[in-house]
Design a protein around this ligand. Structure first.
Ligand code: DQA
Length: 151
């Protein structure tokens, strides 16, 4: 257990399926920023705060689950996750987060409550510390700011 006054935080940012296509994918919904630009911005913010961010994107549910399982014993303090379409389908990804027991924030670029009805259901929100939805890429930055400063 890390001392309360140690400001260093090791944060894992997970991006689900199709988020590798940000920039060109339905830009009217998801914006024109690329995933690489988001990840670089998060890395810079964390570095300035004396912490670290590792980002991981996969289109595969299995790979996302394995990446979550890898946090056991590796010093990860916090997870920020945009499960993308798995938000609405994946009990297995939810179970992985429940198993590792790390605090996490669920992020969505779009406001999932203002879209099709199937997007209103999330398998993650009740386990999450908080949910940011509809603020575009800034949602990741706000979640990171919280992860870096919450005590
Ligand atoms: C999303 C919303 C999901 O419904 C969708 O399947 C995505 C992206 C978002 O960031 O707004 O792929 O998670």
């Amino acid at each position: 257990m890390k001392p309360q006054d140690d400001p260093f935080r090791k944060i894992l940012v997970l991006h689900g399926p199709n988020l590798n296509m940000l920039g060109t994918r339905e830009p009217e919904i998801y914006g024109r920023i690329t995933l690489d630009e988001i990840d670089r911005s998060l890395g810079k913010i964390a570095k300035e705060a004396g912490s670290s961010v590792q980002s991981f994107q996969s289109n595969s549910e299995a790979d996302l689950i394995s990446r979550i399982q890898q946090t056991v014993g590796d010093g990860t303090d916090f997870i920020i996750i945009n499960p993308a379409a798995f938000t609405h389908t994946s009990v297995a990804l939810r179970d992985a987060l429940a198993a590792v027991k790390l605090p996490f924030i669920e992020v969505h670029l779009s406001n999932i409550f203002a879209r099709e009805s199937f997007r209103k259901e999330s398998y993650f929100s009740d386990l999450a510390l908080g949910v940011v939805s509809g603020l575009g890429y800034r949602g990741y930055e706000l979640a990171l700011e919280y992860a870096l400063t919450a005590r």
